[in-house]
Design a protein around this ligand. Sequence first.
Ligand SMILES: [Zn+2]
Length: 72
Amino acid sequence: MKQKEMLCNACGKALKIENGILKEDAFEAKKQWGFFSKKDATMHSFILCEQCYDKLMASFAIPPAVEEVTEL
Ligand SMILES: [Zn+2]
């Protein structure tokens, strides 16, 4: 099965996919907005390449929580 192209939502760059395997790590976000939002019952999702993720994190007042993962 051929994986469809994955594009970074911020810069539009295509992530590297070889033989259907994603060869570049990316940040994937998915959020189903609920009743108390103005986006009631819609699913929002986006992908950021590592460079755009770093740029976004640099704009945060409080950096993201980072934990070391021992099992990959
Ligand atoms: Zn990007």
